[in-house]
Design a protein around this ligand. Structure first.
Ligand code: ADP
Ligand code: MG
Length: 249
């Protein structure tokens, strides 16, 4: 059984003055163990689709299933990392990472133990009491990742998680996220990551779902068979990026 199934999903945003169709009949599935990237032009509806997958918003038509169960709201086993980090400035690293656990009604000692484990996993050991303003962009996103991991998701969703970071920090974090995905001691089995970076998608993904301009349709579902760790300078790497560029431009 697929971990995630997106089944003929449409989304139209409506307000008093207009109606905007963003997603037009999107279907795909993700198997256990897969790293899948969604790429597409800016404004094509990638964030909308990811928010629907994790149950933050609802499709206008169609269904999304997580392990066969229809997604109708936020579910255990899925967590999301945002481009903007979405940290609470008045909370410490510990407070931010443990935030979702409080909502689940988990006791403070248990919350802190779990949060500590994932703060260590993302390399922020020693920064538990720091505030977001004291952290670099890369460290803020580590907090965002630790907060998602603390929910112990099986499917980790990420919305352009490296877009706000400088090139070096972004590349380090890409490699670390791949390590987290491959770490068999962690609950994360599959990743669904939105990006507008084609090289980034080819560097990370097993499969790349290419979306068209708005209203977005699936243009292609491209399997990336390159061995890991991948080298962006390889000819084989360039062949895959060229294929995706030619679909989009
Ligand atoms: P992407 O992540 O691919 O850049 P988004 O999913 O953020 O695209 O947005 C797709 C389109 O939907 C954009 O034109 C955006 O302005 C519009 N949109 C997004 N959220 C809303 C909303 N809550 N209400 C109305 N329009 C929205
Ligand atoms: Mg977006």
């Amino acid at each position: 059984m697929a971990l995630l199934e997106v089944n003929h999903v449409y989304k139209t945003y409506t307000d008093v003055n207009r109606s905007l169709t963003v997603l037009d009949d999107i279907s795909f599935s993700i198997a256990k163990g897969e790293f899948v990237c969604l790429v597409g032009p800016s404004g094509s509806g990638k964030s909308t689709l990811l928010r629907m997958v994790v149950g933050l918003i609802q499709p206008s038509r169609g269904e999304i299933f997580y392990r066969g169960q229809q997604v109708k709201g936020v579910m255990d086993k899925m967590a999301i990392v945002f481009q903007s980090f979405a940290l609470m400035p008045w909370l410490t690293v510990m407070g931010n990472v443990a935030l979702g656990l409080e909502a689940k009604g988990i006791s403070r000692p248990e919350r802190e133990a779990l949060a500590s484990k994932y703060i260590d996993k993302v390399g922020l050991d020693g920064f538990e009491e720091a505030y977001p303003r004291e952290l670099s962009g890369g460290m803020k996103q580590r907090v965002g990742i630790a907060r998602a991991l603390t929910m112990e998701p099986e499917l980790l969703c990420m919305d352009e998680p490296f877009s706000a970071l400088d090139a070096f920090t972004a590349q380090n974090l890409r490699e670390e996220v791949l390590d987290l995905w491959l770490d068999v001691t962690l609950p994360v089995k599959s990743v669904l990551m939105v990006t507008h970076g084609i090289e980034e998608a080819v560097f990370m993904a097993d499969r790349i779902i290419v979306l068209s301009r708005r209203p977005a349709r699936v243009l292609a579902d491209v399997r990336v068979d390159l061995p890991r760790p991948r080298n962006m300078k390889d000819e084989a790497f360039a062949r895959v990026t060229d294929k995706i560029y030619s679909l989009l431009f």
